[in-house]
Design a protein around this ligand. Structure first.
Ligand code: HEC
Ligand code: HEC
Length: 283
């Protein structure tokens, strides 16, 4: 019964697009000089999935949307990078410090985005970039944490991501992070909500198909934070997860919850090999 119901819903929800709706073969070159890896080999840990190639979400967007990401003057996300660059130099909190006091120039963050979420030995936890930023704000600056999915957080993530733009995502899934990674994988394949859909049902089984006039990608997070034309701001990973879970008509985990942190680790690892694109542009 259950599988019949799911199949019936799936027929209602998905429709194969026209041939032209499939991911395209364009190449993303930024500012005419930085060629991005938007297609990559499937990581070993995904050998048993139906995917035969990793494709950045960029391939599933229209030419107009794609071109916005190819030039920093056109990329609406870059304005927020400038805002974060000011915040980087601004003293806040009881310790009289700015990010720049300890980290000097944002360029010292090169490579950081590519390896997050990452195990933190001192606190014995997997940390997302957002958790690390707030840890520095609270413990090193005596400042208030940013709201986990708020604008200031998204902006700072964009500034830090930009330093790694073009580098391959390379998230570690073994060692102490392994149990969280396995938990994240389990969440990824768990059907939720009235629609009984898992992340995999949409982003693994149906990528390339249309869903409610939108073109389903493989659901990678190498482009985060993402500037969305829909809400004209930068969007964080957990805000996107929340929206996707809500689309299955399920109760969602909270941004910053251990569930979403584990899920982020797993989803990030599915993009190992793709270029860090943040801030990217999507619809
Ligand atoms: C008082 C010094 C200090 C200040 C101020 C500070 N940090 Fe840090 N930050 C550190 C130290 C020390 C580490 C590395 C140790 C750790 O993991 O906590 C670190 C680590 C980081 C990392 C992880 C780097 C990596 O290689 O994994 C990020 C990202 C970061 N800080 C961002 C920020 C941002 C953004 C701000 C401003 C909002 C900030 N920090 C303010 C001291 C500081
Ligand atoms: C009902 C189908 C559906 C389900 C289930 C679903 N998503 Fe999505 N998701 C979408 C649609 C539609 C988009 C927007 C188009 C795109 O980029 O795929 C999207 C976009 C995304 C993106 C942004 C990709 C990019 O390049 O910007 C991520 C990341 C993502 N989803 C992750 C998830 C995760 C993790 C889950 C499970 C918790 C999930 N999704 C479940 C439909 C779904």
């Amino acid at each position: 019964m259950k599988s019949m119901k799911t199949a019936a819903i799936a027929v209602l929800v998905f429709s194969a697009g026209m041939a032209s709706a499939g991911p395209d073969n364009d190449v993303l070159v930024i500012n005419g000089e930085l060629t991005m890896t938007t297609r990559a080999a499937v990581p070993e840990h995904m050998a048993d999935t139906p995917l035969d190639e990793l494709l950045s979400g960029w391939h599933y967007r229209t030419d107009e949307t794609q071109s916005l990401q190819a030039d920093d003057f056109d990329n609406p996300g870059m304005v927020f990078v400038d805002v974060a660059a000011d915040a980087w130099n601004t003293v806040e909190g009881t310790e009289g410090k700015a990010c720049a006091t300890c980290h000097q120039d944002p360029s010292t963050m090169k490579g950081v985005r590519a390896v997050y979420p990452k195990w933190n030995d001192a606190t014995e936890e997997v940390r997302t970039l957002a958790m690390q930023i707030n840890s520095c704000r609270v413990e090193n600056m005596g400042a208030d944490p940013y709201k986990y999915t708020g604008g200031k957080m998204a902006n700072m993530e964009a500034l830090i991501s930009l330093q790694s733009r073009g580098m391959p995502v390379n998230v570690a899934i073994d060692g102490p992070a392994q149990s969280d990674w396995e938990w994240g994988r389990e969440l990824y394949y768990t059907r939720t909500g009235q629609l009984e859909l898992s992340c995999a049902n949409c982003h693994e089984d149906n990528n390339g198909n249309m869903i409610r006039a939108d073109h389903l990608s493989q659901g990678h997070i190498n482009g985060f934070p993402v500037y969305r034309l829909k809400n004209t701001k930068l969007n964080t990973v957990h805000a996107r997860f929340k929206g996707c879970v809500r689309d299955t008509r399920a109760e969602t985990y909270k941004p910053g919850s251990p569930e979403f942190v584990a899920l982020e680790l797993y989803v990030a690892s599915r993009g190992n090999g793709l270029s860090v694109e943040g801030p990217s542009v999507r619809n």
